[in-house]
Design a protein around this ligand. Structure first.
Ligand SMILES: Nc1ncnc2c1ncn2[C@@H]1O[C@H](COP(=O)(O)OP(=O)(O)O)[C@@H](O)[C@H]1O
Ligand code: SF4
Ligand SMILES: [Mg+2]
Length: 327
């Protein structure tokens, strides 16, 4: 197994109290596999990714439990130096906002080339040639000319391609893309997502794709982990989820995707807002918003029930949900 996160706990100590941002999250990613991590804003998706990458803000953040195994090795037990080496060469992250992730005063060719100079000991000239190759790879037109341009001279979609090129430069085994297309407009989103999916297959990397948009993952992900209030509430192969969700929150997310065949009908929206992570409701944390909630949901926290070998749901009524009986 390439990456295995086991029972991870992360909290933030702030003036207002302790936020339990990640509460016992477990997931795994194999080489060549794409896991989509899905959930509304504030559910702990990015914090989990930061813990895996070793870039968590400490303090105020703190990992209070769990293990992060990369090729079987617990990253949380590594010394700083070894951790940095793995982060630099074997895992890479793609962020939402390329403009702030790229250096504004270096040409994109110099930034891409730097990776090869520093990590592969290449000459400037060879590194420049590799930079052009990479830009071609991420389908930037006229790469040989544009290699001298600065980040602000590219459109949002092209900048995101450059960030993807940076992430893939050293051919990492694991890539975490945190809302990589959220800042782009819809048609460009699809192009960048297609590119990422193609490259993932080509490089056979393990990809964790974080998104709040279930609409973008159908064609690219192998499996999905749905997060709510710092926990995984459903995890399953992507087709199973689209066929029939086993958690009412997943169902809510699915029903809120705009679909051509439902044109004209009003779009469903999950009522209410996610809870503050400082005051998560007792019982099932989704209960105040759940159309299927019963008394037991307000007192007993559901464990992650095993629906089948590949699927789990943290809902007392997963059977009813799966078979379409509502409440
Ligand atoms: N730097 C920080 N300081 C304090 N709390 C934080 C910080 N980063 C994240 N959190 C807490 O963790 C929660 C989850 O954040 P995050 O993982 O970024 O959510 P998302 O699912 O949108 O990526 C936030 O709602 C907040 O309570
Ligand atoms: S446990 Fe209850 S409140 Fe939670 S998702 Fe299931 S039905 Fe809804
Ligand atoms: Mg986030």
């Amino acid at each position: 197994m390439l990456l295995e996160v086991r029972d991870l706990h992360v909290e933030f100590r702030t003036r207002d109290g302790i936020a339990h941002a990640v509460n016992g999250v477990s997931y795994s990613v194999e080489a060549g596999e794409t896991l989509a991590v899905l959930g509304e804003s504030g559910s702990g998706k990015s914090v989990t990714a930061q813990a895996v990458m070793g870039i968590l803000d400490v303090p105020p953040g703190r990992i209070t439990g769990g293990r992060i195994l990369f090729r079987g090795q617990d990253l949380l037990k590594l010394k700083g130096e070894e951790r940095r080496r793995i982060r630099g060469a074997e895992m890479a992250m793609i962020f939402q906002d390329a403009l702030s992730a790229l250096n504004p005063v270096l040409s994109v060719g110099d930034q891409l080339g730097e990776m090869f100079v520093v990590h592969r000991g290449m000459s400037r000239k060879d590194a420049r040639a590799r930079a052009v190759e990479l830009m071609d790879r991420v389908r930037i037109p006229a790469a040989a000319q544009r290699v001298r341009d600065y980040p602000h001279q590219f459109s949002g979609g092209m900048r995101q391609r450059i960030m993807i090129a940076m992430a893939l430069a050293l051919e990492p085994a694991l890539v975490i893309a945190d809302e990589p297309t959220t800042a782009l407009d819809v048609t460009v989103q699809a192009q960048v997502m297609d590119l990422l999916a193609d490259l993932q297959r080509e490089y056979r990397m393990g990809l964790t794709l974080i998104t709040h948009d279930l609409g973008v993952v159908a064609d690219v992900a192998d499996k999905i982990a749905v997060m709510y209030a710092g926990r995984i509430v459903e995890s399953a192969p992507v087709h199973d989820i689209y066929k029939a969700p086993a958690h009412p929150y997943t169902r809510g997310l699915l029903d809120s995707i705009p679909r051509l065949d439902r044109k004209g009908r009003e779009l469903y929206a999950i009522k209410g807002l996610p809870p503050s992570l400082m005051a998560v409701p007792a019982g099932c944390s989704f209960n105040p918003r759940c159309p299927m909630a019963q008394d037991v949901c307000r007192t007993d926290e559901p464990p992650l029930y095993e629906v089948d070998q590949q699927r789990g749901s943290a809902c007392h009524f997963w059977r009813e949900c799966l078979h379409g009986r509502r409440g």
